[in-house]
Ligand binder design. Structure first.
Ligand SMILES: C[S@@+](CC[C@H](N)C(=O)[O-])C[C@H]1O[C@@H](n2cnc3c(N)ncnc32)[C@H](O)[C@@H]1O
Ligand SMILES: [Zn+2]
Length: 410
């Protein structure tokens, strides 16, 4: 990185990410203590930590473009300094045009500078208005985009309806949600308000976050007689991300509603049970295993949250790139490949052992022991200590006791 003096009126510097060089706020200049969150202190939003998020977005758009096998149009309605949209235009082959927008004048100016600096003025157009207003302008049939990437502060929900309307039939919607406090059950009321579903602070709350977001998209799309298919999702420390294609037709919407449901969870014995259906008749039941009060998350998406073929294509694509985070992305994709068809929710070995007052065995050992006994077992990218399995909570606990009894073997 080297410093750059440009007439933005605030300190900036040139950064390199992927294949582009862009001018970004000099984050160090805007914080007075290391505990401050620098990206939100700068006059224009820029978060270097989201590079991996943007890398995967580039891969996903490239895979999607190859699936369509024609030129695509992309919109990034909440762009900050423009780094994501500029990367799409430069790094994704077959991009006809990108519309980059931000409501902030300073962000618009900085992103416009970055578009020019990268020689993209012919293919990238800049807008400076409210994202919903912009998307609504592109809602008419022949104006719609092939792909829209919503990467906001907090929740993408305020932009869902207009994004769905501004997508072509078959279009790709990419969403980031950073409001994990609601989605992971720290602020459940906020989650119910925003996502229309109840979260739970379980050990698999990040999966619930993806499912609550996916459910919210499915319900939003269904009212326009539109269905969704989830191609990919991933979870990182402070956000979850979702990639879904939309398809027009009331039947598609109906099929999606059938994939909505609830997950019952017992905090005492770890029993969990998905249940399909949008309307619960009785949610005050007891845990069938231990008789304790049962808790419920949802309504949320119980359908697939990854597509095997799309994951394989992402892997092929990343292998052709020299991303800084290539190894990390391959690791995430490797884990996801194994959880594509695995049961809903995962156990966290440490949490089970803690409840049983047992020492914690290596996760790999537990996976092997489950498979030896004929159960399905796979790791999950959601939690490095997590295991997806068709074993019940009782069976999991019994197996952990057995492993510890024969601990001489590890
Ligand atoms: C998290 S930042 C975007 C980061 C960017 N996508 C990236 O990858 O670096 C969110 C941006 O949304 C903009 N924004 C907030 N509300 C908006 C609205 N209603 N319409 C358009 N932009 C908005 C903010 O100015 C901010 O730049
Ligand atoms: Zn129970």
């Amino acid at each position: 990185m080297k410093d750059e003096v440009v007439k933005t009126g605030f300190p900036t510097e040139i950064t390199e990410e992927g294949e582009v060089k862009v001018l970004v706020p000099k984050l160090k200049a805007f914080v007075t203590s290391p505990s401050q969150y620098a990206p939100s202190k700068a006059p224009v939003f820029y978060n270097p930590v989201m590079e991996l998020n943007r890398d995967i977005a580039v891969l996903a758009l490239q895979v999607y473009q190859r699936m369509l096998n024609r030129e695509v149009s992309i919109c990034e309605p909440l762009a900050g300094c423009g780094i994501r949209g500029v990367r799409f235009a430069v790094e994704v082959e077959g991009v006809k045009n990108v519309v980059i927008n931000d409501i902030s004048v300073k962000a618009f100016q900085l992103a416009s500078y970055n578009v020019q600096m990268n020689g993209l003025s012919k293919r990238v157009s800049m807008e400076n208005e409210d994202a919903n207003f912009l998307l609504s302008r592109y809602g008419a049939p022949r104006k719609r985009f092939d792909a829209i990437d919503i990467d906001p502060f907090g929740s993408p929900v305020p932009y869902l309806d207009s994004a769905i309307r501004a997508l072509r039939n078959g279009g790709l919607l990419a969403l980031t949600a950073t409001d994990l406090a609601p989605l992971c059950g720290v602020h459940p009321k906020a989650c119910v308000r925003k996502y229309g579903g109840k979260p739970l602070r379980t050990e698999y709350c990040h999966e619930l976050a993806v499912r609550l977001l996916a459910g919210c998209v499915a319900v939003a799309a269904a009212k326009y007689d539109i269905g969704i298919s989830i191609l990919f999702s991933h979870s990182m420390n402070h956000y979850v991300r979702l990639y879904a294609t939309i398809s027009h037709g009331a039947k598609r919407g109906d099929e999606n509603i059938k994939k909505m449901g609830y997950i019952f969870h017992c905090f005492k014995c770890f029993h969990r049970q998905p249940l399909k259906g949008l309307f619960l008749t009785n949610n005050h039941g007891k845990c069938p295993e231990c008789g304790s009060k049962i808790n419920v998350a949802g309504p949320l998406w119980l359908g697939k949250i990854f597509d095997r073929r799309f994951c394989e294509l992402l892997k092929e694509e990343v292998n052709q790139r020299t991303f800084k985070h290539r190894k990390e992305i391959l690791k995430i994709l490797g884990l996801i490949k194994n959880e594509v068809d695995a049961p809903v929710t995962y156990y966290v070995v440490d949490k089970l052992c803690d409840a049983l007052s047992l020492p914690v065995p290596p996760v790999r050992k537990v996976v092997d022991a489950l498979r030896e006994k004929g159960y399905e077992a796979s790791l999950t990218h959601f939690n490095s200590r997590g295991i997806r399995s068709n074993a019940s909570a009782i069976e999991m606990k019994e197996l952990l006791r057995e492993i510890i009894r024969s601990r001489g073997k590890f």
